[in-house]
Design a protein around this ligand. Structure first.
Ligand code: FE2
Length: 157
């Protein structure tokens, strides 16, 4: 089992806290397959850094700075998962990969990914080229576009 990073912990605590009010040591250990002493050690470290309030036997809750980071991570996660789904990755896989990628993407790239996802998800109609693209990954062939055929020399949309 690989060690979880601070960011990963903040995400885990956020999810459990939302669901149960507190992120209990036992719950973190069970659900994420981490030994209880490692969890306790990490929660104490996060408390020292000001990201959580940790009460023995009760568990951890995020402080305002901890919450801010966790919310940002959840947003980054959502954007990456949406992006992966748009380009044809199944949602379940997209969620798993988003959880890895979210810790490694630069702010500049994230900004572009957000613009792209907002542009597609906020479009009044699903952009036609997306259907063409999905067709392409399914068949390996480009669709002829009815609007711009080969006869006028323009590339299909
Ligand atoms: Fe995640």
């Amino acid at each position: 089992m690989k060690r979880k990073t601070t960011e990963e912990y903040l995400e885990i605590i956020y999810v459990l806290q939302k669901r149960e009010g507190y992120a209990k040591t036992g719950k973190i250990s069970q659900e994420y397959d981490i030994t209880p002493p490692s969890v306790t050690e990490m929660l104490q470290k996060l408390q020292k850094e000001g990201y959580v309030e940790y009460t023995k036997y009760r568990g951890a809750r995020l402080t305002e700075p901890g919450l801010r980071i966790a919310r940002k991570l959840m947003e980054t996660h959502r954007i990456i998962a949406d992006f992966l789904e748009i380009i044809g990755v199944e949602r379940e896989m997209a969620e798993i990969d988003a959880c890895q990628l979210e810790h490694h993407v630069s702010i500049k790239t994230m900004k572009r990914l957000k613009d792209f996802v907002d542009f597609i998800n906020g479009a009044p109609d699903r952009p036609r080229w997306i259907d063409h693209y999905h067709d392409y990954i399914r068949t390996g062939k480009r669709q002829e576009c009815s609007l711009f055929g080969a006869q006028d020399g323009r590339r299909p949309l």
